[in-house]
Design a binder for this molecule. Structure first.
Ligand code: AMP
Ligand code: ZN
Length: 124
């Protein structure tokens, strides 16, 4: 049995964004992933990368997800530069994934926060 019986959750905010039922400022899209600007940015660059498939959190990952997560992680430096983060090492970016209530997760669809740009930042 699949570890992810639900590919699309009709009640999920980020599934609605993937389906373009809710507007977003797109950064990137392919068959597996969607990236868009965070609506409340903490930093000059702040966007989210999500798998199109509804995976509620990192706590739900299993061995079958290793390839998907590797590809998601490899997108981070490419999109960070594309969106205006300065090059490493003077520039760089911060990658954050909140998981569960105590991890500070508010939207229950796995997402990477990618933040960067010149300091100071609003938060973080
Ligand atoms: P988290 O607390 O890690 O679950 O982060 C959820 C993030 O989603 C927050 O940084 C919100 O600002 C962001 N967010 C919520 N609704 C939207 C939306 N409609 N478009 C873009 N970002 C959103
Ligand atoms: Zn979802």
């Amino acid at each position: 049995m699949s570890a992810h019986p639900v590919d699309h959750d009709a009640n999920c905010l980020f599934c609605k964004i993937v389906a373009k039922q809710i507007p977003s400022r797109m950064v990137f899209e392919d068959d597996e992933f969607y990236a868009f600007h965070d609506i409340h940015p903490w930093a000059p660059v702040h966007f989210l990368i999500i798998p199109k498939r509804h995976i509620p959190s990192m706590a739900h990952l299993g061995a079958d997800d290793v390839g998907l997560m590797g590809r998601m992680m490899a997108l981070v430096p490419v999109l960070a530069l594309q969106e205006g983060c300065n090059p490493y090492p003077q520039g760089g970016f911060r990658l954050v994934t909140n998981t569960g209530a105590e991890g500070g997760q508010e939207v229950q669809h796995l997402h990477f926060h990618v933040m960067g740009g010149p300091r100071p930042w609003l938060r973080g």
